[in-house]
Ligand binder design. Structure first.
Ligand code: ATP
Ligand code: LTN
Length: 328
């Protein structure tokens, strides 16, 4: 059976970009693949995280996985730091990756730009990400557009390792949704929707209340044409809103365009808020039930056990292949 592995960092509040590019995809794919969904807390600390916040957010991301509809009976849900094979395999991957390759990663450049005291872990981050994926012999990795470069590097490292030490790792492929892999800011359709944007109205958080969602969408930039048309080249702001609509209803952009043909933006934005709220409200309710519960602890413990069994198996194979002395 084919396998997927993916995760969302607990480094900030989850917005609907992460929902479109990642979380909604996880929920879809869990039925087709054997799935591992983890919380990359070791990745989060590549930039400073307040310990209490990291703790809380890690639980929150896991709770969102469940609230969005991932079935913990079928898929392993776990915290990266609970499975020590990640850090160990991360080191092995650091020995394979070239300095120059890491230096070309755009995410590093963006996150390090203008900052002082950038950690070396932020630089070697992609080696740990490769480890995450290769440990599970994942065939597919559902991610947003911005992660494709990391996936290419993961494939390169797997190939390099396999050719040096013998067949050890499966080469993974990214899966990015056609719609929703790159949801843009509500205030500027040339920028990715991101929690790092200082304009709070530029993104919708999964935890936003209906009133806030309505307010943010009513303020979202559009254009002066007044027609709901899907045309990224000429109408990026409106096309972005149509994509958000599509992510939250699973309808095609054509169907949405036809529904609002001849109408202005007012009605469209109101109904867009309705569909977003209709999806998020029940999710928020389930989230509140689970986030502080012992049920979540049990799910995470069992998930880590299942994950460790798979991960340790691959770690052992890779360690033997590299020539480390292994005892039974
Ligand atoms: P940010 O840049 O907002 O701080 P991030 O992309 O660095 O977030 P995560 O929150 O871990 O980090 O992202 C989780 C997943 O969501 C990744 O697969 C990422 O590609 C996807 N994702 C993040 N933002 C968007 C977006 N605006 N549109 C589509 N997918 C996104
Ligand atoms: N780099 C990703 C988070 C991440 C991940 C992974 C995603 C870490 N390890 C393995 C998929 C598979 C991000 O910044 N969103």
């Amino acid at each position: 059976m084919q396998r997927i592995l993916s995760g969302i960092k607990p480094s900030g509040d989850l917005n609907i970009g992460g929902y479109g590019g990642a979380l909604s995809q996880f929920v879809k794919y869990q039925h087709e693949y054997e799935s591992f969904f983890f919380v990359p807390d070791l990745h989060a600390v590549t930039v400073y995280q307040d310990p209490a916040e990291l703790h809380q957010r890690s639980r929150e991301i896991a709770a969102y996985y469940i609230a969005a509809g991932i079935d913990p009976q079928k898929s392993a849900i776990f915290l990266q730091s609970q499975v020590s094979a990640h850090a160990q395999m991360g080191w092995l991957m650091e020995t394979q990756v070239h300095f120059g390759e890491l230096n070309r990663m755009t995410q590093f450049k963006e996150k390090a730009e203008g900052k002082e005291g950038v950690s070396s872990a932020l630089f070697t981050y992609p080696a740990l990400m490769a480890a995450d994926i290769l440990l599970y012999q994942a065939t597919h990795v559902p991610v947003g557009d911005d992660q494709k470069q990391h996936l290419e590097m993961t494939r390169d490292l797997a190939e390099r390792f396999n050719s040096r030490y013998g067949q050890t790792f499966t080469l993974p492929e990214p899966i990015t949704p056609e719609i929703g892999s790159r949801i843009m800011s509500l205030d500027d359709p040339s920028r990715k929707m991101s929690k790092s944007n200082p304009n709070l109205n530029s993104y919708i958080l999964l935890q936003d209340s209906p009133e806030i969602i309505r307010k943010k969408l009513s303020r979202a930039v559009t254009d002066s044409e007044g027609m709901v048309r899907y045309d990224w080249e000429h109408k990026p702001a409106v096309s972005n809103l149509i994509e958000i609509y599509a992510v939250f209803t699973d309808e095609s952009t054509d169907v949405i365009e036809q529904r609002y043909a001849g109408q202005g933006y007012g009605m469209f934005k109101q109904e867009l808020a309705d569909v977003v709220i209709a999806k998020l409200e029940p999710m928020q309710q389930r989230f509140r039930e689970i986030v502080g519960s012992s049920e979540l602890d049990i799910i995470l413990r069992q998930g880590a056990e299942k994950a460790a069994a798979a991960a340790n198996n691959t770690l052992r194979k890779a360690s033997e292949a590299m020539g480390f002395v292994m005892f039974e």
